[in-house]
Write a protein of this length. Structure first.
Length: 476
């Protein structure tokens, strides 16, 4: 009697090969939110880096570029909606992949709520100072408005949301880049290399590395192209290019704007100006008069674009986890979670403190992920692809990235830990890592097949979309 056949598992697919390089590239760029990052994320570094802000940003660029190279080297091998967790699973093994997925479950969904809080805080400030509306609780209205906008952009089709990302991202870069150049030209006679001198940081290098923690926050998202590996055309080329290209291009943009900011505000007056309310809006007033409105629109635009990109990345990774039976499908519904969390933290501590708390938590977790991916790149090419091993790409740069990322963790936990309530982020991050390690062990002992599925790649090796692929049933 013939043994009964066990039906092979089938897997759903996303809309394969449906978006091109511009959309994939700007998925990473808008996730980094260049405008909002300059105005608010790098802004948090100022009390530590002070006039040496550009040096902290430059160190963050070097570290993130090293990690981007490692991610890019793995991305050209593993196109997957799982993104970083798929890379970790293939390079370090399924347990490492689950740990990265667990950390991703924390940090990527945090991006939208802290942006909603950021938008509420920014709108409250401008409505109070420019329109005379002093209601302190108005932030929740603006947070809700941004949630609805992002939901409408991301709900229907990846092609709509990524095309919107290209338009929004180009606008914010143009505005902030133009203002930075304007400030440099206006202060051409005073320019020097002082913003790269560590002596201007609080405690010299101590302040530089402490400022680097929040400069890294501005870079989070350069890897956001990775989860589009199934939907990108030529994913083995476009995704690595987008990851590395966005980190380099926007990193240089950050260094330019940080350098220009120091002289635009006045070197001796920089710290006072940069720690005031909405300093880039103030710079817009000084240099462009009523053109500050354009600067503020660019900031709002940046927040919307970043939220859009974050939801795109998060939903695809949650979709991939659900496809591997490691997460329930409703986890892909990010908008409701983001709104509830932003309301809860804003109600408890106010939108500004809530933003700082989520930002700190996100940086800690994402730094651990970047370190694991850097180590995974080294291990994968040394053990599994030795013939392709390149000492610079597969050892020197990933190792440099892992080492540089260690410093922000050391300064965050040992050298200069934050005070409460921000310190809650430190403990929550440690607890989350511990729970993730415990869950990995349980899954490995009870359901190892679920972990092994994390290594699976769900897109074929085509370099051109197959005919009719766009008409196939797909998740958008």
């Amino acid at each position: 009697m013939e043994a009964a056949r066990v039906p092979a598992r089938t897997f759903d697919h996303l809309r394969e090969h449906s978006i091109g390089l511009p959309q994939v590239l700007f998925q990473s760029i808008t996730h980094m939110a260049p405008g909002a990052a300059v105005a608010y994320s790098i802004y948090i570094s100022v009390p530590f880096s002070r006039q040496a802000l550009a040096l902290s940003v430059l160190l963050a660029l070097v570290a993130c570029l090293c990690a981007a190279v490692a991610i890019g080297q793995l991305a050209r091998l593993e196109p997957s909606a799982g993104g970083l967790y798929a890379y970790a699973a293939r390079s370090l093994g399924p347990p490492a992949g689950f740990v990265v997925a667990w950390l991703f479950i924390l940090f990527e969904p945090l991006v939208a709520p802290f942006l909603y809080l950021e938008f509420g805080w920014a709108m409250r400030e401008v409505m109070s100072s420019e329109a005379g509306w002093h209601y302190t609780g108005q932030w929740w209205i603006w947070a809700t408005l941004m949630t609805v906008l992002v939901f409408l952009l991301t709900y229907r089709d990846i092609r709509l949301s990524t095309t919107a990302g290209v338009i929004l991202g180009a606008f914010e870069i143009a505005v902030f880049g133009a203002l930075a150049v304007w400030m440099l030209l206006s202060n051409a006679g005073d320019l020097n290399l002082a913003p790269f001198n560590p002596d201007h940081g609080v405690g010299h290098w101590n302040g530089i590395f402490r400022g680097m923690v929040f400069a890294i926050l501005a870079f989070i998202g350069f890897e956001a192209a990775a989860p589009l590996g199934e939907e990108a055309k030529n994913p083995r080329r476009t995704v690595p290019f987008a990851v590395v290209g966005s980190a380099l291009a926007i990193g240089l943009f950050y260094v330019l704007t940080a350098y220009a900011w120091v002289f635009g505000a006045g070197f001796d007056n920089f710290v006072t100006q940069a720690t005031g309310a909405d300093p880039w809006r103030s710079l817009g007033k000084v240099f462009w008069s009523t053109g500050w409105i354009v600067v503020f629109l660019a900031i709002c635009n940046s927040i919307a674009a970043n939220s859009n990109a974050a939801v795109n990345a998060a939903t695809r990774v949650f979709y991939a986890l659900a496809r591997n039976r490691l997460a329930p499908s409703p986890l892909g519904w990010m908008s409701a979670f983001a709104l509830v969390l932003s309301f809860a933290l804003g109600w408890k501590w106010g939108p500004q403190t809530g933003f700082f708390l989520i930002a700190t938590l996100a940086v800690i977790v994402v730094v651990v992920v970047y370190i694991l991916i850097c180590l995974g790149c080294i291990w994968h090419y040394w053990t599994k692809r030795r013939a392709e091993f390149n000492p610079l790409l597969h050892l020197v740069l990933p190792l440099a990235g892992a080492v540089l990322f260690f410093f922000p963790l050391y300064y965050e936990y040992v050298k200069f830990p934050p005070t409460y309530p921000i310190k809650y982020a430190n403990w929550f991050a440690l607890g989350w890592v511990a729970v993730g390690l415990a869950l990995t062990l349980v899954l490995w002992l009870r359901s190892p097949e679920r972990l092994r599925d994390m290594e699976r790649v769900y897109v074929e090796d085509e370099t051109v979309a197959p005919k009719g692929a766009g008409a196939a049933p797909a998740v958008t």
